[in-house]
Ligand binder design. Structure first.
Ligand code: 5GP
Length: 225
C-alpha cells in the first residue's frame, strides 16, 4: 500500500553485471529486460571493436573508431573505460547519470576493470558476477559455440583465470546453471537491495524527524494540560 503520505521514494541504483566470457551474462540480460521491460534500463557502451553479424549500431554498442573513442575519453564522456582483448570499451556517463537521477535502475554489462572503476565512483553500486557452475563447463560452452578456434578459446580462458582473482571484490555471485533461475536470482538480488538499510537513509531520517515532531507536539500538549 502506497498511501499519499508514504515517505517511500525509490532511488535509482547502478547494477554492474560482469562475468567470464561464455558465462551467459548477455543472455541473462536479454531475458531480464524481456521479463521486466519497465524495471531495468541497459546502458549501451561505446566500443572500438568491429560490429558482429546481427549487431546494430546503438543497440548492442555505439561503434567508434579508435580516434573517436580517444576523443570521448579526453572529453570526459565516460563513466569508466577499459581495454578488453585488444579493444576499447566505455560506458557513456550522461545516460547513466540521467537514469539514476530519474530514480531508475540501470544495468551495466561490463568487464572487471570497468566494474571496479564504477564501484569507486559510485560506492552504492551493486556488483554481480556471473559464472558457469565450473571451469570445465565454461570450457565446454566456449568450445560448443563453435565460433572460435582453440587458440582463441585458450586466450579467453586465460582472461577468465585473471578475472577470477577479482571475484572477491563483487557483492554477489550468480551461478548460471539453469538460465531461468539465474535471471530470477539477478532480479531478486536487485529488488532486495532496494530494501537495504544503507540505501534508505533519507526515509529513515524523514521518519526520525517526523516522529521527533510528533513526540515534542505531544509533550507540549501534555504541558498545557
Ligand atoms: P564483447 O566484445 O564480447 O561484446 O565484450 C567483451 C567484454 O567487454 C565483455 O566482458 C563485456 O561485458 C565488456 N564490456 C562491454 N561494454 C563495456 C564497457 O562499456 N566497459 C567495460 N569496462 N567493459 C565493457
Amino acid at each position: 500500500m502506497e498511501g499519499e503520505k508514504s515517505m517511500k521514494s525509490r532511488t535509482g541504483m547502478i547494477t554492474v553485471l560482469s562475468g567470464f566470457s561464455g558465462a551467459g551474462k548477455g543472455t541473462i540480460m536479454k531475458h531480464l529486460l524481456n521479463a521486466y521491460p519497465d524495471m531495468y534500463h541497459l546502458s549501451i557502451s561505446a566500443t572500438t571493436r568491429a560490429m558482429r553479424l546481427g549487431e546494430e549500431e546503438g543497440r548492442e554498442y555505439f561503434f567508434k573508431t579508435p580516434e573517436e573513442f580517444e576523443k570521448m575519453v579526453k572529453n570526459g564522456e565516460f563513466l569508466e573505460h577499459a581495454t578488453f582483448n585488444g579493444n576499447s570499451y566505455g560506458t557513456p556517463k550522461s545516460y547513466v547519470q540521467q537514469l539514476v537521477d530519474e530514480g531508475k535502475d540501470v544495468i551495466l554489462e561490463i568487464e572487471v576493470q570497468g566494474a571496479l572503476q564504477v564501484k569507486k565512483q559510485f560506492p552504492d553500486s551493486l556488483l554481480l558476477f556471473v559464472t558457469p557452475p565450473s571451469a570445465s563447463v565454461l570450457q565446454e560452452r566456449l568450445v560448443g559455440r563453435g565460433t572460435e578456434d582453440d587458440e582463441a578459446i585458450r586466450q579467453r580462458l586465460a582472461i577468465s583465470a585473471k578475472e577470477s582473482h577479482l571475484m572477491p571484490q563483487y557483492d554477489y555471485l550468480i551461478i548460471n546453471d539453469v538460465l531461468d533461475d539465474a535471471v530470477a536470482e539477478v532480479h531478486h538480488i536487485i529488488q532486495s537491495e532496494h530494501y537495504a538499510i544503507q540505501r534508505n537513509n533519507d526515509t529513515i531520517l524523514d521518519m526520525q524527524t517526523q516522529l521527533a515532531q510528533f513526540a515534542s507536539a505531544g509533550e507540549k500538549k501534555g504541558d498545557a494540560q
